[in-house]
Design a protein. Structure first.
Length: 374
């Protein structure tokens, strides 16, 4: 029986070089649409039930973050609900995935996808709460809705912003937001109630709908890296940032959290704003209080491993969290979740995944509350 590789579905991305031999399936990563970034993959294999499939990704060494393949294992799923890690090796050039599927059809991906359907379902589900408004901010380039979830009373004193998936391939970011929103709307959660007494939350679960559906790692439909657009967003090439930035200008911001995934580091960490000119003692104190509280709230969060403070010197204010920290003088953080695993608490079966991201999103309520009390 012949085998088949396909990728023409939500977030699908791969190029087939040769799929005639199940023991040597040859594939290539493909670039983001209209940009040179290359890392995300998501494809389906049919016809290999009970056969030892060997999948070789020939150009893995040319990926944008090739070091991201060291210690990395691909995820697979039969039903696209339950994802598990599979044997993966990288020799510096070619990445080889080995798996013997139990079913006729199996999917492989860079990370557990967060589908557009799930995104719409999330908006629909939280939107039924009396505490929530689902706001349309405008259209993306491909004509999708850019939505924001407002939780709580807009007249509350403090304004908290959470945005996710500026980099669309970092699907763990939207899993995290789902966890945060569900915890916030749980009437039995006392932390959520205390937060909503003090603040209104503006949450953009998916900043980059087009890139998500197109199967891009970092860019939108115009090839823009949204996390480099915050100085001068354009309605033509980066409307997603344009609309959100405008809304922040309108309502203000007391705490800003931008959720991402990191290809290389197997840890959860934040990048702060301490390198900004004019970063005050008050900001330092408040940023530290948030970080300490997050450490206490979730053993998955840590501060030992992360970025050097100088990592983004040149583009500094083009980045969302730096731009906001600079403009609003508030706690403004980029939160990074791993593609691989949390090396402090590895899970051999699933690695870091959607559920663990959701749990972290729940735990994030504690540092949010700490920050509001400061
Ligand atoms: Zn990112």
């Amino acid at each position: 029986m012949s085998i088949k590789i396909s990728q023409n579905f939500d977030a699908g991305a791969i190029e087939v070089v040769n799929a005639s031999d199940v023991n040597n399936i040859e594939l290539n990563l493909r670039k983001d649409s209209h940009a040179d970034f290359m890392q995300w993959f998501y494809f389906r294999l049919q016809g290999a039930r009970n056969q030892d499939a060997t999948i070789r990704i020939l150009n893995a060494g040319d990926a944008t973050y090739a070091d991201g393949w060291d210690g990395y294992r691909a995820v697979a799923s039969y039903d696209r609900e339950n994802w598990f890690r599979v044997e993966t090796e990288f020799d510096g050039k070619v990445m080889t995935i080995k798996h013997t599927p139990d079913a006729d059809s199996v999917y492989f991906a860079y990370f557990e996808p967060y589908s557009w359907e799930r995104h719409l379902a999330l908006l629909g589900s939280v939107g039924q709460s009396e505490q929530v408004s689902v706001v349309d901010l405008g259209n993306t380039i491909d004509g999708r809705d850019l939505n924001m979830v407002v939780v709580g009373n807009p007249s509350a004193e403090k304004k908290v912003w959470i945005i996710a998936r500026q980099h669309p391939g970092e699907s763990m970011a939207e899993w995290l937001v789902e966890g945060t929103l569900n915890a916030l709307l749980d009437p039995a959660n006392p932390i959520a109630r205390a937060i909503l007494d003090r603040a209104v939350l503006y949450v953009v679960p998916n900043m980059n709908p087009d890139g998500s559906v197109r199967g891009n790692l970092r860019t939108n439909a115009a090839g823009a890296n949204l996390n480099r657009e915050w100085m001068t967003p354009s309605l033509v090439t980066s409307p997603e940032v344009y609309y959100v930035k405008k809304k922040i200008e309108e309502v203000g911001c007391d705490l800003f959290l931008d959720i991402h995934g990191d290809e290389g580091l197997p840890y959860v960490f934040v990048a702060g704003s301490e390198m900004l000119e004019g970063f005050s003692e008050k900001q330092t104190r408040e940023q530290n209080a948030f970080v300490d509280s997050f450490c206490a709230a979730s053993p998955d969060f840590q501060t030992k491993f992360g970025y050097e403070a100088s990592k983004y010197n040149e583009d500094l204010l083009k980045l969302a969290s730096k731009y906001i920290g600079h403009t609003y003088k508030c706690v403004s953080l980029t939160l990074e979740l791993p593609f691989k695993d949390n090396a402090n608490m590895p899970d051999l079966e699933v690695g870091w995944d959607g559920m663990r991201s959701m749990k972290l999103g729940e735990a994030m309520l504690q540092p949010i509350l700490t920050s509001l009390k400061a």
